[in-house]
Design a protein around this ligand. Structure first.
Ligand SMILES: Cc1cc2nc3c(=O)[nH]c(=O)nc-3n(C[C@H](O)[C@H](O)[C@H](O)COP(=O)(O)OP(=O)(O)OC[C@H]3O[C@@H](n4cnc5c(N)ncnc54)[C@H](O)[C@@H]3O)c2cc1C
Ligand code: SF4
Length: 530
């Protein structure tokens, strides 16, 4: 075993210093981490390691001893300070913490965690390498099935996937005590990136065949990498000026630093994938033109679900009402918080967010970072029914977001200039469970009341953008506008595949990647046959 532990205190300190230095302060507040002290986390891990040193060196733990290793919590920044800064909330494991956490894994023979991972990452194998301090080998194992481990380690809902079936969580009768698979994935990916050790996947000799990819989200990027590896030329067409899809314009910097996504895209560039930004397929040129006139042999549509849903209540056109998509895109992609930004953000004292999912949490926490004095979130059910990840709800609450449960808006009111001044809501109570299994919200008669606010963000989820279907004759879509694709991702059109949110509806990064991978396998077979 390579012993990396002795130098971990120094390198961990510099890792934290680097991330602090890179932390762009929005409000100008100075960073002092007195909330979770990384040194204390590190000391605890080192003390425990010292008490079981031989077992770690020889990997001779009994299952009972492994279950007794304490779960390593994720250090995070001080909520009061971080709520006014864009820097990443979670700080990440130190080397000692990662080694200790990895040693909690029981290396189950039946590997339930692998079956529960949408892209079947060889989880016990990468964790075994992490437990030995062989971090580069660990990340290389993950990359055999997952192109974006630094992203997935941060944003995947592991508690619903691999960690939900982890034997350790089950044995300890608490799923929150499962092995921190996502945290370990993040750690080894960061370890590799921070040391410039990323290896570029091998690309086979050029085949002369050309593939067009619509959209640079996780589905498009994954397909591009897998198809490029076979030696085919791949061009990604992206409507925005930056690549990365929702990972760049939707998920905020404080959860997923954009530099990490940029690094992953850099790797694709080095593999020879070509990028054409500011190219809206369906307007700049159609898919038919790319295939017939520009000589592309096949195409993949990974255009996502970027069309926001609205409440359809009076007042939604007032100044100061935003979809969460617009609000987050202004902040993330257009850097609206910066002085002299091309699209400045809307100054508001009390921002009211409507919704209970992850997008609502992101919008509410972003509003705090953009300077709102108060941010409230209105949700028509209760905390137990919220679809957002528990961790995101807890983080939002710690940062000062006020939750208003069992309320739903019925109209938005404005002043004589058409600016939002308040929102009228109705109170609800919980009734019987509906088809989703959650108790349904039932309105309480005559319970209308006003909440004063200066801005309203509607975060109810997204539908598919209809442009591709409207401009691509013969492309079949379902009643919700989602492209119909078979088990291999093939659409109704020859040589055209689709995947990700445009097929699944608003889903997750890892599911989009799984779709890209599946379609790439089918497309590679097709390209080899023509
Ligand atoms: C605010 C927010 C937070 C989220 N948080 C999480 C999370 O924490 N964890 C998680 O797993 N998932 C999260 N998701 C969901 C996740 O990001 C998506 O499921 C995933 O990004 C879908 O990937 P995709 O490749 O299908 O599409 P997208 O990521 O949506 O990418 C599609 C790309 O296609 C481009 N495009 C669209 N139409 C065209 C066209 N006609 N021509 C050219 N380009 C086009 C778009 O500009 C975009 O860049 C979140 C979503 C949002 C909105
Ligand atoms: S289920 Fe949990 S304990 Fe078992 S191999 Fe997977 S991560 Fe390890």
């Amino acid at each position: 075993m390579k012993d990396t532990r002795k130098k971990s205190a120094d390198s961990d300190a510099s890792q934290v210093a680097d991330s602090v230095a890179n932390c762009g302060a929005v409000s100008g507040a100075n960073y002092t981490d007195n909330y979770t002290n990384i040194d204390a986390f590190e000391k605890k891990a080192l003390d425990f390691i010292a008490s079981v040193d031989d077992a770690i060196q020889n990997q001779s733990f009994s299952p009972k001893e492994r279950l007794a290793i304490p779960l390593q919590e994720m250090p995070t920044r001080n909520p009061l300070e971080r709520s006014r800064q864009m820097c990443e909330v979670a700080i990440g494991f130190t080397e000692s913490m990662a080694i200790l956490e990895a040693n909690r894994c029981l290396q189950c023979k039946n590997q339930p965690c692998v079956a529960a991972c949408p892209v079947h990452v060889p989880i016990p194998q990468f964790i075994a390498k992490t437990a030995q301090g062989a971090f580069k080998e660990a990340v290389d194992i993950i990359k055999t099935t997952n192109l974006l481990p630094a992203v997935c380690g941060r944003v995947c809902p592991q508690e619903l996937q691999c960690q939900s079936v982890c034997t350790v969580g089950k044995s300890l009768k608490d799923i929150d005590k499962a092995v921190g698979i996502g945290r370990l994935e993040r750690f080894v990916a960061d370890w590799e990136r921070e040391r410039n050790l990323i290896t570029i996947p091998e690309v086979k000799p050029e085949t002369g065949k050309k593939v067009a990819v619509v959209g640079s989200g996780p589905a498009g990027l994954t397909l591009a990498a897998d198809v490029r590896r076979e030696g085919h030329s791949v061009t990604i067409f992206e409507a925005f000026h930056k690549m990365g899809g929702v990972m760049v314009y939707g998920i905020p910097e404080f959860r997923l630093p954009k530099a990490i996504v940029a690094k992953e895209i850099e790797m694709l560039k080095e593999m020879g994938v070509q990028f054409r930004t500011n190219y809206l397929v369906g307007r700049t040129g159609t898919l038919g033109q790319l295939l017939k006139e520009e000589g592309f042999d096949a195409a993949f549509i990974g255009s996502g679900a970027g069309l926001p849903k609205f409440l359809n209540i009076p007042g939604e056109n007032l100044i100061g009402v935003f979809s969460a998509n617009e609000y987050l895109t202004r902040a993330n992609l257009m850097k609206a918080y910066k002085e002299f930004a091309a699209t400045p953000f809307y100054q508001a004292g009390h921002v009211l967010v409507v919704g209970g999912g992850n997008v609502a949490m992101d919008a509410a926490r972003m509003a705090l970072r953009l300077g709102a004095k108060k941010v409230s979130l209105v949700y028509r059910r209760t905390r137990d029914e919220m679809p957002a990840r528990k961790e995101e709800v807890d983080h939002a609450e710690e940062e000062g977001v006020i939750f208003r449960f069992l309320e739903n808006p019925i109209r938005i009111l404005g002043d004589e200039e058409g600016r939002v001044v308040s929102i009228e809501v109705l109170s609800y109570e919980l009734g019987e469970a509906d088809e989703s299994g959650r108790r349904s919200p039932v309105p309480i008669e005559d319970s209308e009341h006003l909440i004063d606010c200066d801005a309203v963000i509607i975060a109810l989820g997204n539908n598919s953008n209809p442009l591709m279907a409207q401009t691509t004759p013969g492309l079949d879509v379902d009643l919700r506008g989602q492209i119909i694709a078979d088990a291999e991702g093939k659409t109704s059109l020859p040589a055209v595949w689709a995947g990700g949110d445009i097929v699944l509806g608003a889903a997750t990064v890892i599911l989009a990647m799984g779709e890209g991978r599946k379609a790439a396998a089918s497309m590679n077979t097709y390209l080899a046959s023509i």
